[in-house]
Design a protein around this ligand. Structure first.
Ligand code: ACG
Length: 478
């Protein structure tokens, strides 16, 4: 189980209100206690942007987060606790302030070739695949290809020297002590057709690029972990995941949220069966990166229209599936935030440690809006309360930790009886039936002994067991 950590919002170790490495190192025990075994660090390289996806130096940590010595110390403490740490690496583009880009504007080689400059007026007609945005930006009279907007000109991997440069970047971060990478925007390395002058994914060239990059890392560190971020339909996600080993399962995340927010058990069965056919069969060639939300999406409670019971149900369903789960920071507190593509900070708010919004380590780089103080949402307010959202969330994570065999298990069948969804999961040495009640009434179970609650309730009445409304339970049968 990985924790997606946004350093700026997590824990402030030097009192400037911005989360940093020394702060996060102090909170590693908190993370380990949650039951995770890995951390996905959102970009921490030098960058002028709050999200860090536009890098100005691929060999340096953003000074607001600390320095390389502090990073090494963070990694070594994480490793001592048995936690793996992977780095989010955005190598599809840079910041326009990167010296490579500045030199490219001056026409210096090889940098000029490391970016794509307009060579044909017809290319100006190209539009971004998913929302029709323009893809060229004028930098003092020179037009460069910028799929993700003016703050991030795309690197142009037609140039072999750039491949070599990026291998050096990978070698460097592995030598610093990272256990692997979350590769950002993996389908975008080659996404502009020079022949046609349009945005067009060149998947086979992308796959060849990633094969070379991942093999390079494996030649240095054979057990490196790679996770691909390919936000697309199932067929495309599968193509990339097979090379990386773990691929974020975007289609499943979207289907799960849709079926649970509308309490539609049939949709849940359908999406699990579709996924089952894709990657849960024993022949699967990669592990499914299980998640419900990330920094590009609305937070879970917001996606469930404020219904915390539905959020907990969604988590219990997710954490009972085969694959590698990823948890976005703050979801354990029930933080809220709605994604807005033009103002996407709301889901990146400071982690609320203290109920009044102040205290040692509390980050304050931006004002708390949705997750305001005195809302009962802080860690401080929830940690000791038996039925708090945090306590219940943590219990679901503990269930997953105790049942880590689920990671490599296979789903054998998915059935439904009205609002009750039953999933049979088979692992190497264990088999279990998992029950999820999507209804608002309790439902009798045909099973008797050995059933354990994952979330919600199980009651007994006249020798029958009932699973409560919006509850989940597991029966390990062998
Ligand atoms: C990554 C990071 C993100 C980051 C960048 C750029 C990339 O997580 O934080 O932005 O470094 C696209 C890209 C992703 C990208 C997201 C934000 N994420 O592919 O790599 O944008 C469609 C498209 C997807 C698209 C998605 C966005 O196909 O490609 O993701 O829309 O909404 C079904 C369909 C599926 C469709 C979805 C949604 O599932 O099957 O195809 O996805 O519906 O409609 C950061 C900042 C940015 C900044 C940038 C430089 O957040 O603000 O500009 O850095």
């Amino acid at each position: 189980m990985f924790y997606e950590l946004y350093l700026r919002s997590f824990f402030d170790g030097n009192g400037d209100g911005i989360g940093d490495l020394i702060g996060a190192e102090r909170k590693l025990d908190y993370l380990a206690n949650l039951g995770i075994d890995g951390i996905w660090l959102l970009p921490i390289l030098q960058s002028p942007s709050y999200h860090g996806y536009s890098v100005t130096d691929f060999f340096n940590v953003n000074p607001i987060y600390g320095n390389l010595k502090e990073l090494r110390s963070f990694l070594s403490s994480a490793h001592k606790l048995g936690l793996k740490v992977i780095l989010d690496l955005p190598i599809n583009h840079t910041s326009p302030n990167h010296e490579w880009f500045l030199k490219a504007l001056d026409g210096d080689k090889p940098y000029r070739d490391w970016y794509l400059f307009l060579k044909n007026e017809e290319w100006l007609k190209a539009r971004r695949h998913w929302d029709g945005e323009k893809v060229w930006t004028d930098y003092s009279g020179q037009l460069a290809y910028t799929l993700f907007g003016p703050g991030s000109p795309d690197l142009n991997y037609e140039s072999p020297s750039l491949w070599q440069q990026m291998k050096e970047v990978l070698t460097f971060w592995l030598s610093v002590g990272f256990d692997g990478f979350r590769f950002d925007a993996a389908k975008h390395i080659f996404d502009f057709s020079l022949e046609k002058g349009i945005c067009e994914y060149q998947h086979s060239r992308n796959l060849a690029f990633w094969k070379e990059m991942t093999s390079h890392c494996r030649s240095i560190s054979p057990n490196s972990i790679f996770v691909s971020e390919v936000w697309d339909d199932a067929r495309i996600v599968d193509l990339y995941s097979a090379i990386f080993g773990i691929g974020f399962n975007f289609p499943l995340a979207e289907d799960l949220k849709a079926s649970i927010s509308t309490r539609n058990p049939e949709l849940l069965v359908k999406s699990l069966k579709t996924d089952l056919n894709r990657c849960f069969r024993s022949k699967r060639s990669y592990e499914s990166g299980l998640f419900l939300t990330n920094h590009d999406m609305s937070r879970l409670v917001s996606a469930m229209n404020g219904d915390k019971e539905l959020s907990l149900l969604a988590m219990s369903i997710l954490l009972s599936l085969p694959g590698v789960p990823f948890l976005y920071y703050g979801e354990e507190l029930g933080m809220e935030g709605v994604y807005d593509m033009y103002f996407n900070e709301e889901q990146l708010e400071p982690f609320l440690w203290f109920e009044n919004g102040y205290g040692p380590g509390q980050t304050e780089w931006k004002a708390l809006g949705k997750n305001h103080p005195h809302s009962g949402r802080s860690f401080e307010a929830q940690k000791m309360i038996k039925d708090s959202y945090f306590t219940r969330f943590k219990a679901i994570m503990e269930f997953r930790k105790l049942n880590s065999w689920l990671r490599l298990a296979t789903i054998r069948s998915v059935k439904r009886k009205e609002n009750l969804v039953m999933i049979k999961v088979v692992g190497e040495s264990k088999t279990a039936n998992v029950f999820h009640n999507l209804g608002t009434e309790r439902v009798p179970l045909e099973t008797d002994a050995g059933i354990k609650v994952i979330n919600g309730s199980i009651t007994r009445y006249r020798n029958r067991r009932y699973i409560g409304a919006l509850s989940s339970a597991i029966e390990v049968v062998s």
